[in-house]
Design a protein around this ligand. Structure first.
Ligand code: AMP
Ligand code: MG
Length: 412
């Protein structure tokens, strides 16, 4: 049995190097939220696609209204009405104006738009006919209230890159550019099981010596939240046949990763090792971290397998440290784990020299993030994680963080 002591970084690198992005599929735009782009997107047209007005008002020649003021309005002849969705072939001559609505194309000859508020015709109701004449109360510069063609994006520009996790605003842009279908990575499939004779289903009454299986719920949620599909296989009893049956099921279901919790501490997993090794490989690692020192990594019939520790907080932290980035790689995302922020520790924090992930409540005070530890930091105390909104990261080798010092943190 391999029992090397690895740094968090080494363990993460060993795991990540085993994974490649899954295959791709073409999806209708409506199904693409939070999916990862598998193609670069370049704009087929300019945005804005044509010069248009950013106000309801009157398209004018700026030179005509250069002297306009409330006391000395400039009167223009309204020769055309351009509601949004229409366009006009008329070219404005000196002394002429067009009534125009927001988003409507600015006609030839006009180089500015005067908002209705700066005229004697401040009726915005599209049903009202345009006046024959309008008084302009204020001068407008060339380009005023005009959104020129291509001001946002030029045709041919690459606007979204392969590997980007698609956000709501990206879907809006894809729609603007006419992408009804998009090439994305398929959702990775992650099989999940808990192990332990002490575990009861969530709806069972408590019995002496038993606890309810909470990890499979928390981990399934983390898996989904990371953009993968969680396939819950239930609880494996602590015996050879039970574990074998679940692993075979995972294989039949064609998953990209098998994730288990519990039984990775020394000795505890002995019955799993032969099952996996009958059709694969399994390493046990001691990782220089807390919580969650033990970690199992291997593969069963070529499906990668990660065994997280059983304590609920250790399982959660193990997921954040090793599995989140793994799922990001599987689903083709360029950016891996959570972003790090700097937070100031409200109290002194003692550590044991391992890379430590501590539960904390972070609040903002005069522009700084201030952190204080929550509840009991023991790795079985899930409530202290529930009360936390951050994991503080105390680096390896550090035994004491004085009050007032800053550390890295993940907001969770
Ligand atoms: P083990 O890794 O099997 O030694 O388990 C470590 C601790 O985690 C024990 O207290 C287990 O009862 C607990 N544990 C294991 N699996 C789960 C689970 N699915 N949900 C909640 N607690 C668990
Ligand atoms: Mg156990």
């Amino acid at each position: 049995m391999t029992m090397s002591l690895l740094s968090v970084e080494q363990a993460r690198e060993r795991i990540l190097s085993r994974f490649q992005p899954v295959t791709t599929e073409t999806l209708s735009l409506t199904g693409c939220s939070n999916r990862v782009l598998a193609q670069d997107i370049s704009a087929a047209n300019d945005l804005a696609p044509f010069d248009n007005s950013s106000m309801d008002g009157f398209a004018v020649r700026a030179a005509d209204v250069a002297e306009a003021a409330t006391a000395s309005p400039r009167s223009l002849r309204v020769v055309v009405d351009i509601p949004a969705g229409s366009h006009s072939k008329i070219s404005l001559a000196p002394g002429e104006a067009a009534r125009i609505m927001t988003g409507a194309p600015i006609p030839e000859g006009a180089d500015a738009v005067v908002p209705v508020e700066d005229t004697n015709f401040d009726n915005r109701d599209a049903g009202t006919p345009a006046p024959n004449e309008v008084q302009i109360f204020r001068a407008a510069k060339v380009g005023a209230n005009r959104r020129p063609r291509g001001m946002d994006i030029r045709a041919g520009e690459v606007v979204l890159n392969k590997g980007r996790v698609l956000k709501s605003q990206d879907l809006g842009l894809l729609a603007m550019l006419g992408f009804a279908n998009v090439l994305v990575y398929r959702k990775p499939r992650v099989a999940l099981f808990s192990s332990g004779d002490e575990l009861l289903p969530v709806d069972a009454p408590l019995e002496e010596g038993k606890i309810r299986d909470s990890n499979s719920y928390a981990l399934a949620s983390l898996v989904e939240d990371s953009g993968a599909e969680a396939i819950r296989l239930g609880v494996a009893k602590d015996n050879h046949d039970a574990v074998k049956a679940l692993l075979e099921k995972a294989m039949e279901l064609n998953v990209d990763l098998i994730l288990s919790s519990a039984g990775v501490s020394v000795g505890a997993f002995d019955f799993v090792k032969p099952v996996i090794e009958s059709n694969g490989t399994l390493d046990f690692w001691r990782v220089n971290m807390r919580p969650g020192k033990p970690l199992a990594f291997g593969e069963y019939r070529n499906i990668p397998f990660i065994g997280l520790p059983g304590n609920p907080v250790s399982a959660f932290v193990g997921f954040e440290v090793f599995v989140r980035a793994t799922i990001q790689r599987l689903r083709g995302a360029l950016n891996g784990g959570r972003p790090t922020v700097r937070v100031r520790c409200e109290e002194q924090i003692d550590s044991d020299g391992r890379e430590s992930y501590l539960r904390a409540q972070v609040h903002e005070e005069e522009g700084n993030f201030i952190a204080h530890l929550t509840g009991h930091q023991g790795s079985g105390n899930l409530y202290s994680l529930v009360q936390a909104n951050a994991l503080l990261i105390i680096p390896a080798g550090v035994k004491c963080v004085p009050a007032g010092q800053e550390v890295n943190a993940w907001l969770i």
